[in-house]
Design a protein around this ligand. Structure first.
Ligand code: PLP
Length: 391
């Protein structure tokens, strides 16, 4: 049987059209975009076309899009430069953030003495906007709020429009890690008073090593990589023309097919929820991930009612690629901060989280194969439990 890929929140396979567009650049557009001759200018035109497309998608100006190497770089740049160049003295965040945000914040705390305030989520993984407002009002320090739009482990969607409005009313800067939601849904930044956001092309069938930061023109943010004047001096270094063109093509495909992809994936997700709920006794879903309105449609976080640290390996041996948490934490020996924030100690001790993440290539047959595999694994735990009961 063909292998099954259900780890699309970690990364997605490249679309054929993206590969073709990138190969075209590699073959015919090797010029350095900073060169004034025709080779350079042809490459420059390709970059500016993508910048315009990204800006149109977000309803912002092209000058507000800075191409970077990935989501991690974009988030690092925004957080660190806010401290270094915009006088931020306090950061409000949550334990749900991706490691690249969490570690950047901690780095600023350690090296720059920044005060950090964590907003604790409830059992559903929701952050209370009232608490955000309270925290903002409690200090006059110049503050950056960084709260992600769609959680990469449990899929919870956060109301970035309301959060941005609260930040604006309280004179704080607002950054959202939009890596998981970018391209998957409409984002109109002319309606949302957000200052900074991030994107990574490999989360929507584009290439790895290509992303961008949205930086509101009025913010005054500066870059952390210095050198040449590329990207309006906000990100020095010769541009990854091929990666940027790949990002542009992947975004174009999503923008043109967004409803179709979303509807298809939502149907698959609903099917997975129903099959798993009815066939794996005692199973639960983490955060809001089983609520199609309140979660990202590509992510379903399952809580299996037994402890099996080897589950990812067992499924892999059956040809199913899936993540136990996020890709970045699944290789780590310590438990995920996100799970620790929403599960109690007993649940952490006796259960196994599993993240299923879909794309428009995912089929119902693949979900059937996953459910069959999970049933086989779960049965062995049920037998063990019954035996313990009889001893
Ligand atoms: N933020 C979130 C929410 C993510 O899921 C990821 C990737 O897993 C990143 C940031 C980092 O993106 P990149 O892999 O492009 O560095």
């Amino acid at each position: 049987m063909d292998k099954i890929y259900l780890d699309n929140a970690a990364t997605t396979p490249l679309s054929e059209e993206v590969i073709d567009a990138m190969v075209g650049v590699m073959k015919f557009n090797f010029g350095n975009p900073s060169s004034t001759h025709s080779y350079g200018q042809e490459a420059k035109i390709l970059i500016e076309k993508v910048r315009r497309e990204v800006a149109d998608y977000l309803h912002v100006t092209p000058a507000e899009i800075i191409f970077t190497s990935c989501g991690t770089e974009s988030n690092n740049m925004i957080i660190k430069s806010s401290v270094d160049h915009l006088g931020v003295e306090r950061i409000i965040t949550s334990p749900l953030e991706h490691k690249c945000v969490a570690e950047s914040v901690l780095d600023m705390k350690k090296r720059k003495g920044i005060e950090v305030v964590y907003l604790r989520p409830d059992k559903n993984g929701d952050i209370d906007l009232g608490k955000l407002e309270e925290a903002l009002k409690s200090s006059d320090k110049k503050t950056l709020v960084t709260l992600m739009h769609a959680n990469n482990e449990i899929g919870n969607l956060f109301d970035i429009k309301k959060a941005a409005e609260i930040c604006k009313a309280n004179h704080a800067l607002f950054h959202s890690d939009t890596v998981q939601s970018m391209a998957h849904m409409e984002l109109d930044f002319s309606e949302i008073p957000i200052d900074f956001a991030s994107c990574s092309a490999h989360k929507f069938h584009g290439p790895k090593g290509s992303g961008f930061a949205f930086i509101r023109k009025s913010s005054g943010l500066k870059g952390i990589i210095t050198g040449g004047p590329q990207e309006r001096s906000l990100r020095a270094g010769t541009e990854n023309v091929c990666g940027i063109v790949g990002l542009g093509k992947a975004l174009e495909i999503y923008v043109n097919n967004m409803d179709e992809f979303a509807n298809k994936i939502k149907e698959i997700k609903q099917y997975a929820i129903e099959r798993i709920a009815s066939e794996i006794p005692g199973v639960k879903f983490n955060g809001r991930s089983a609520d199609l309105e309140k979660s990202l449609y590509t992510v379903l976080s399952v809580l299996l009612p037994y402890k099996d640290p080897m589950i990812g390996l067992k499924l892999d041996m059956k040809g199913i690629a899936i993540s136990q948490g996020s890709a970045c934490s699944s290789g780590a020996s310590h438990p995920s901060m996100v799970m620790m924030s929403i599960l109690d100690e007993e649940e952490m001790e006796n259960t196994t989280p599993l993240r299923i993440s879909f794309s428009h290539f995912t089929t119902k047959e693949e979900i059937d194969a996953l459910v069959d595999a999970l049933k086989e694994i779960s049965v062995s735990f049920e037998i063990e439990k019954a035996n313990v009961g009889h001893r």
